[in-house]
Design a binder for this molecule. Structure first.
Ligand SMILES: [Zn+2]
Length: 362
């Protein structure tokens, strides 16, 4: 479940190293040229958004430093909660927000929802008491097998029911937490229906929200999740979700020990949606590698020339812009089993629009 946020930070470090090599005078020159570029540029950044977007953040484990790629330290988590509570953010229950957006309603600017995947015991022992202190609602996504099998370091159903009785939303992450896109259609359907039966038995209801294990899905998986009656499903690609998004491919910003800084949190929480549609290829499981990746950006977002795309493997990518259409061509094949491309565009007041997409090569 390790994640790769190849974007911006690497580049910032590069710029920093570059700056440290040139003289103070040129740094000053550079500084002022940035300032003036910024000022003209701010006037140009357009689009007053409808408030139909939210940032969803995700965690797995708390204070379990043996697993740094899925863990945040308690110190990190506490600093996140404190930062959120001090800022102009609204922490709201995910199910309620999704229902509001689906019925055409709006939410506050900088609304955030907290999600936690995999039902680890540290959710109950470490995260919940801290979230309770701040009165922050949250959603947990559970695969039922580890709970049914009483695996060590997982919550049991009594603990999960206790969370539910205290307003925590329980979402599904299937039965056995498989790589869903590698399963046959029958197996996909079973993963969903068998876990739904367990949720009904243990919590008295079917979950309405779904999170794809590892953030991986194919068009078949999406279809099965829809047909099972879920109202929305989440991946693990970063981005800010908005009402016109595909409700079964929703983004989340993942946090862990390596990618858990307050700067990154602020970037996510202050994020705005990069409103795109007509995404090709539709299936994140690649038939062609590299993919001919493209999408159409909402024309209200300007200037589109400021759009930048990055991949963990290739860094900044070559982007071709034809009107509102964006076509991205990679210099080579995607090699990792999971590969992400993040695109950003500046918004007003130093904020950023985000759209991230994940591709699966096998
Ligand atoms: Zn998971």
């Amino acid at each position: 479940m390790s994640t790769n946020y190849g974007i911006t930070f690497k580049n910032i470090r590069k710029i920093y190293l570059m700056l440290s090599k040139i003289s103070l005078f040129s740094i000053l020159l550079l500084y002022f040229s940035f300032v003036s570029v910024d000022a003209t540029f701010l006037n140009k950044v357009g689009a007053t958004d409808k408030n139909d977007y939210i940032t969803v953040i995700m965690y797995h484990r708390f204070g379990e430093s043996r697993f740094p790629s899925t863990n945040v330290t308690l110190e990190q988590f506490e600093s996140h909660l404190e930062f959120i509570s001090q800022g102009d953010y609204t922490v709201a229950p995910l199910l309620e927000i999704i229902e509001t957006l689906q019925s055409g309603g709006e939410v506050n600017d900088k609304t955030v929802a907290i999600t936690i995947d995999d039902a680890y015991l540290s959710v109950y022992t470490e995260a919940w008491p801290r979230l309770k202190e701040y009165g922050f609602p949250f959603t947990i996504f559970i695969a039922t097998d580890p709970v049914d099998n009483n695996l060590r370091n997982y919550m049991d159903w009594d603990q999960i029911r206790e969370l539910q009785d205290n307003g925590v939303i329980i979402g599904s992450q299937t039965k056995s937490h498989p790589h869903m896109h590698r399963l046959s259609p029958i197996k996909i359907e079973q993963e969903i229906s068998l876990s739904n039966n367990r949720f009904l038995q243990e919590t008295g209801q079917y979950p309405k929200l779904f999170a794809y294990p590892y953030g991986e899905y194919s068009l078949d998986v999406v279809r099965a999740v829809k047909e099972a009656g879920f109202i929305a499903a989440f991946g693990q690609n970063s981005g800010v979700l908005f009402a016109e998004d595909n409700m079964f491919e929703l983004p989340r910003f993942a946090f862990n020990e390596n990618y858990g800084s307050i700067e990154r949190l602020k970037l996510a929480l202050d994020g705005k949606p990069l409103r795109v549609k007509d995404i090709t290829p539709q299936n994140m499981v690649l038939k062609e590698n590299p993919p001919l990746y493209g999408f159409t950006v909402d024309e209200s977002l300007t200037p589109i020339s400021q759009l930048r795309c990055f991949s963990g493997e290739f860094g900044q990518l070559n982007v071709e812009i034809l009107g509102p259409r964006v076509e991205i061509r990679l210099p080579g094949m995607m090699k990792g089993p999971r590969s992400r491309i993040n695109c950003t565009m500046p918004a007003e007041n130093g904020r950023w629009r985000w759209y991230g997409r994940q591709f699966l090569t096998k």
